[in-house]
Design a protein around this ligand. Structure first.
Ligand SMILES: [Mg+2]
Length: 92
């Protein structure tokens, strides 16, 4: 599935769950994830979206690790399945 479509689905489904999936643009730190997903209760998650079959760049992997080390959930979504899994974890 194409990245833009996955991003649209993520945005819509997070909204239905009562959260926000905001564009996460950082001017001074390249490689940061595409979206920050904010959920009720003060939970923040980061998502790098990729078209199915595409891999995150080295910089993107490093940024995800940086966020994970800080204790955030930071994942790659590149398919319908990984989107479903992320949403499942979100509501648990
Ligand atoms: Mg992306």
């Amino acid at each position: 599935m194409n990245e833009k479509l996955l991003e649209k689905k993520l945005r819509e489904k997070v909204k239905k769950l009562g959260g926000l999936a905001l564009k996460f643009g950082t001017t001074y730190h390249t490689g940061m994830p595409d979206r920050i997903v904010l959920m009720p209760g003060g939970k923040a998650n980061f998502v790098e979206l990729k078209s199915t079959g595409k891999k995150p760049t080295t910089l993107q992997v490093k940024s995800l690790e940086l966020l994970t080390d800080l204790g955030f959930k930071a994942v790659v979504i590149d398919s319908q399945e990984s989107l479903a899994q992320f949403l499942n974890n979100l509501i648990q």
